[in-house]
Design a protein around this ligand. Structure first.
Ligand code: 9MR
Length: 477
């Protein structure tokens, strides 16, 4: 069933919500199959309890049936992967990577440089800049090379911005010891080890506006500077841990704000991903059926950003069932799309219906950036608010970055065109399916690639031309 008319879709969708629509669709229609049709990734973490084998079997069945991207709740963090200095522990991460490979899922790595979940031994080197640089570099080199080619994208830096003011988070062992250039260096080191991985800056409260006082506004200025300075950043992860509006009159943040961030990032050729979504209610309040339906509506509004913005591709929920959720620690409850008994909630239905009835705009296909020149524009010229703190950074790794990717690709008919090659003539073109499996590779000498033997559908294309690189989605019709 496919809604031809979006209005009808909404009406029918609403009617079905009341009836528990998850049974109204063909059995083979899952969030995952519908996400793939729409050219996006949809996912949920694997909770820590999964790693210790403490979950009922249907948890995993649901997870692999419904999702095509996965991230570990805690098992790829610093304290999990290098609990003692120089002693790496990959068992749990490997378990997840194997699970993802067996089930055709993309893997996100979370997280390399973060102030939290840092093992005690790192803190022994507090304020020793040279040692901390070595520690962070060594950690990144080991962890990223261990999962090279298996982890498709990394949260290279997590939560480095202060909650209260537009400034860096000062209570961080990395910031205190190294200064803000730990961020630039982390990106450069990660890219040097795995040039094919997508590299993200990840943070929360990014749905609260992009003005200069908001966290996302501050971040945007940093992204402009990173892009200008050739720091290899490809994506911003918006955690999007939000609270339902009616139980908190002071709710701040909105899908519209996050969409504005996506649009600004598009100008910089940087993607937006939703990486840790949950929409909780305050603990202790009674949550009615109507509340749950409104929660579903909010899940849908955030999904719309991912479906509609060409530089947005990932919708990842921080948990599967309300029963296993970190939210109680935040004084929130019921923020996920399956209930305590692993039954789909109205939010599940709302997402399913939206994936069902989404029609990409007629003239441009979803994620197809054909019409747009995505060459990176220097949008920082007029920036006077944030000072470039790292311009003078002489960190050897940063000096090695030669240039920022300016290449881009678009499909017209059955030909892929590579733009922005400048003086370079040769580009390596790799095509992947939506699970990240290689489909086709070639070397283009003239900026064109014949696609006539490729089946219709969405693909991810990676172009590499010298040190310039781009990864983007294309629709082959
Ligand atoms: O869900 C994670 C929880 O099990 C951990 O105790 C907690 C410790 O910091 O981290 C939680 O995950 C966080 C994620 O790594 C980064 N963004 C916020 C998430 C929720 O706190």
């Amino acid at each position: 069933m496919r809604f031809k008319n979006p209005i009808m879709g909404v009406v029918l969708g609403t009617a079905l919500l009341g009836a528990g629509i998850s049974n109204a669709f063909a059995a083979d229609e899952t969030l995952r199959s519908l996400a793939e049709k729409n050219g996006i990734y949809i996912g949920a973490i694997l909770n820590s309890q999964w790693f210790s084998g403490g979950l009922p079997a249907n948890y995993e069945q649901i997870h692999k049936a419904q999702f095509n991207i996965v991230v570990a709740e805690n098992e790829m963090k610093f304290d999990a992967t290098e609990p003692q200095e120089g002693r790496f522990s990959y068992g749990n991460g490997d378990k997840m990577v194997k699970y993802a490979q067996q089930n055709g899922m993309r893997v996100r790595g979370h997280a390399l440089a973060w102030h939290s979940q840092v093992p005690g031994w790192v803190n022994n080197y507090r304020n020793d800049k040279q040692k901390l640089l070595k520690v962070l570099k060594n950690h990144i080199q080991n962890v990223v090379s261990h999962w090279k080619g298996k982890v498709a994208e990394w949260d290279v830096v997590n939560e480095a911005i202060s909650n209260n003011e537009p400034m860096w988070r000062s209570q961080s062992v990395w910031y205190q010891g190294i200064g803000p250039e730990f961020i630039d260096s982390a990106f450069v080191w990660t890219h040097a080890v795995d040039p094919d991985a997508e590299l993200c800056y990840n943070d929360y409260n990014l749905e609260q506006g992009i003005n200069s006082k908001a966290k996302a506004g501050f971040l945007l200025e940093q992204v402009k500077r990173w892009v200008k300075n050739g720091i290899p950043i490809h994506c911003v992860g918006s955690q999007t841990h939000v609270e339902d509006t009616t139980t908190d009159k002071h709710f701040i943040g909105s899908p519209d704000s996050l969409r504005s961030l996506a649009k600004e990032l598009a100008k910089l050729n940087v993607k937006l991903k939703i990486t840790e979504l949950d929409i909780g209610f305050k603990s202790g309040v009674n949550v009615s059926k109507k509340d749950l339906e409104r929660q579903g509506e909010t899940f849908r509004q955030y999904l719309d950003i991912i479906l509609e913005e060409p530089n947005a591709d990932t919708y990842l929920i921080w948990g599967v069932s309300d029963k296993w959720s970190w939210l109680s620690g935040l004084n929130r409850q019921k923020g996920l799309i399956y209930d305590d008994n692993l039954k789909p909630k109205p939010a599940f239905d709302s997402i399913l219906v939206r994936l069902q009835n989404f029609e990409p705009p007629q003239d441009t296909t979803k994620k197809d950036t054909t019409a747009k020149d995505t060459t990176v524009k220097d949008t920082t010229k007029k920036d006077t608010t944030v000072k470039d703190t790292t311009k003078k950074d002489t960190t050897e790794a940063i000096a090695k970055i030669a240039s920022r990717a300016t290449v881009s690709a678009y499909v017209a008919g059955r030909t892929l065109f590579v733009t922005g090659l400048g003086l370079k003539t040769t580009a390596k073109v790799d095509l992947f399916d939506m699970q990240g499996r290689p489909v086709f590779s070639t070397q283009s000498e003239n900026g064109m690639v014949d696609l006539k033997n490729i089946s219709e559908g969405y693909y991810v294309v990676r172009i590499t031309a010298g040190s310039a690189k781009t990864v983007q989605r294309v629709n082959i019709k």
